[in-house]
Design a protein around this ligand. Structure first.
Ligand code: ADP
Length: 497
């Protein structure tokens, strides 16, 4: 069978890897090879970085509103191509069409938002100490930035990085996940057609070694990474040793807290889709249900019934609710955790096995009851359709349980009590907090990111996204036309002027 040959995009040209080696990208529902992608070496990475360096000279001087117009054109093209991109994404990484459409929509929203930054990107002025002097702080571009992204949001996550980087006047080298190079190439094509000058955005495909070469490249000043905790920490360490700025987005172990007074129907919907949407492979997925004693039996019964109605299958089929896991490794990891949970004494009440479709990496939606807070399935990221149910006595215990894990991305509480809701807002120590809503569904105009082991204090999206990709430049302008010396001169100057 002939496969599509994907290419790198370097300096405005689609090219093969210098080694001419490739790797396959596979449909996780059918196990068919979709395309072969360049296995890029450190030389390819360096070519991309040098192309980005050359393009930086003109791009940084292109007025930001003009840069914004290109992003608006990209937004428009993405809207036109939404269905095509969504279908490709479903085929390449498995999540259902409704979700892959949402993934593309995030990029559209981000392109409009960051395109608008071309006419904002506010700095500020502040009073200064001398009479004939003016002071201001403005954002400046950094240079060449490196983006390393995962497969679970193969358009949305790169857009959260690429668009703020571009509007701020940086040039980009983008290394997508080895599980989604075809979607990445289709995404980059949109920017080519939107009129982005050659070399401003460069694509290099490959696996971890390609990513590591990008991190190691001395001409790349910023690395923005989303992925596993283990890889993220490795990237952080290596980049830090070279003095680079790093933005990290890593694991999660997100919880929904349900209090006795919660609206049961709302909670059931939210828990189900936060846990099993995207087959549990979102960084913001709910993997713990922390439920108060009085409502637990009713809630668990309803969740069990709901989980049994979830149709698992190929995401291109619009009647399917949950697609496969991304690859065999992910499937094996989920199976391993289900086994660990059983051995720890938790009880599977639904699922717990592969879903037999003849082929593909399918797993059933799985509910674990009788989970203790110290169990591994209550603490470690599984990244699959597995929900651990933890019973607590009251709000205090629920908050404590939420906050004690190593991650701090997203959390949610279901309650009709306004006092409990505000206490939760105050005391939940995650980067994102929801009230009466699942743990997913962040909007691009607010900061996205997590506390503790989820990140390194940086945020994506919103105005905060610009912090990763800009340096502050403080400017002092002396218009007195003479030597001004600290306080002593002030009186004289005031007298004379
Ligand atoms: P996952 O196992 O879920 O795919 P990873 O964290 O391994 O998550 O991958 C996220 C991204 O990091 C991917 O683009 C991957 O190729 C890249 N990557 C993996 N290892 C390294 C590394 N040592 N240095 C830089 N990037 C890496």
């Amino acid at each position: 069978m002939m496969h599509d040959g994907l290419m790198n995009y370097i300096g405005g040209k689609w090219t093969e890897a210098s080694s001419q080696e490739t790797f396959p990208t596979t449909n996780p529902a059918t196990e068919e090879i979709i395309a072969l992608a360049p296995r890029s070496t450190a030389d390819d990475v360096d070519n991309a970085v040098q192309a980005a360096r050359s393009a930086y000279k003109a791009w940084r001087l292109t007025p930001a509103p003009r840069r914004g117009e290109i992003l608006f054109r990209a937004a428009h093209l993405l809207s036109e191509r939404k269905e095509e991109l969504a279908r490709l994404m479903t085929q390449e990484m498995g999540k259902i069409l409704a979700e892959t459409r949402g993934d593309v929509q995030e990029a559209i929203d981000m392109a409009y938002y960051m395109g608008g930054e071309g006419r904002r990107m506010h700095g500020y002025t502040a009073p200064v100490e001398m009479p004939n002097k003016f002071g201001m702080a403005m954002r400046d571009s950094v240079g060449v930035v490196g983006l390393i992204t995962p497969w679970n949001f193969p358009v949305a996550v790169p857009s959260w990085k690429m668009l703020p980087a571009l509007i701020a006047g940086n040039t980009v080298v983008y290394k997508p996940s080895e599980d989604t190079p075809a979607t990445a190439a289709a995404f980059v094509k949109v920017f080519e057609e939107a009129g982005l000058p050659a070399g401003v955005l460069n694509l290099i495909t490959g696996a971890g070694d390609t990513g590591a070469a990008l991190v190691a490249n001395r001409d790349v000043r910023v690395i923005s990474f989303t992925g596993s905790t283990e890889t993220g920490l490795r990237v952080y360490t290596q980049a830090a040793s070279l003095g680079k700025k790093v933005c990290l987005e890593m694991g999660g172990k997100n919880a929904i807290l349900v209090l006795d007074d919660a609206n049961l129907d709302l909670a059931v919907e939210a828990v189900t889709w936060s846990a099993f949407g995207t087959t549990g492979q979102r960084c913001t997925a709910t993997s713990r249900l922390i439920v108060q004693k009085g409502i637990k039996a009713k809630l668990v019964e309803a969740l069990e019934a709901k989980a049994r109605t979830i149709k698992v299958g190929y995401g291109l089929d619009e009647t399917v609710n949950m697609g496969p896991l991304v690859n065999e490794k992910a499937l094996t990891k989920v199976e391993k955790y289900v086994e660990i949970g059983r051995q720890e004494g938790a009880r599977v009440i639904v699922g717990g096995t592969r879903a037999d479709m003849g082929q593909g990496y399918f797993f059933m939606p799985t509910l674990f009851d009788q989970v203790r807070r110290d169990m591994r399935i209550a603490r470690e990221e599984i990244f699959g359709p597995v929900l651990s149910i933890i019973e607590v006595a009251d709000l205090d215990e629920a908050i404590e349980a939420n906050n004690e894990v190593a991650y701090g991305l997203s959390s949610s509480i279901f309650t009709e009590n306004v006092n409990a809701a505000f206490r939760a807002i105050r005391d939940l120590t995650t980067g994102i907090v929801y009230i009466n809503h699942g743990t997913t569904g962040a909007e691009i105009q607010f900061p996205f990111g997590g506390t503790r082991g989820t990140g390194n204090g940086m945020r994506e999206a919103g105005q905060a996204a610009l912090d990763s990709f800009t340096e502050w430049k403080s400017v002092y302008i002396d218009y007195s036309g003479r030597l001004q010396r600290a306080q002593i001169d002030t009186e004289a100057i005031l007298r004379d002027s």
